[in-house]
Design a protein around this ligand. Sequence first.
Ligand code: ADP
Length: 219
Amino acid sequence: MMDNIIEINNLRKIYSNGNEALKGININIERGKFFGLLGPNGAGKTTTIGILTGLINLTSGNVKVDGLDVLKDYKKTRKMIGLSPQEINLDVFFTIKELLVFQGGYYGLSLKESKKRVDNILKDLGLGDKINSKVRELSGGMKRRVQIAKALIHDPEIIILDEPTAGVDIELRHYLWDSLRDMNINENKTLLLTTHYIEEAEILCDEVAIIDDGEIIAQ
Ligand code: ADP
């Protein structure tokens, strides 16, 4: 039997202005896979991720994370997921360390636990020497990595990355690809990545679903 950690069944989303963003999509993601959701702008990728992570209300259908319904068991399902959203939303007046320790607190990590994880995560993402830098002092590529670090602080089993390499230069893109692959292979994390770069999906993903205009057109 397949061990699906994410199951999306007949998912529809109609926004309040009448936009039908998802027209009844089905996606199953096996535990431990690196899964890509590939599609053009406006296809419904961010909406799908928003519903998975509890940021957007679904219209009909259901979504399960590790067998649990994302509406009924939202506390458990949200804890299992780390999300790196497309738009960078970091408080620029904090240091990276402060920011990540706070984030750990939201997930119930002790100060000691958070600090230890911050050191390791930043080292893995090549930001070890920036731990005490304020976010406003960082380059765009560094901010993107801090955004990813925020998603990792509570050691989630599932890591969801919405367009993680949009606007990132080639060198950093390759570095991020290596880091993500490492999380998948060496730490056994399930990764869900959205992208509109077909090359990125090809290089990283075990499996890819192509979404267009609210429908899965190929998997
Ligand atoms: P993608 O992430 O693939 O670029 P989105 O999920 O952001 O696509 O958008 C899918 C569709 O839903 C688009 O037509 C978009 O305009 C629409 N949409 C997204 N957010 C909203 C919203 N808050 N209200 C109305 N329509 C929205």
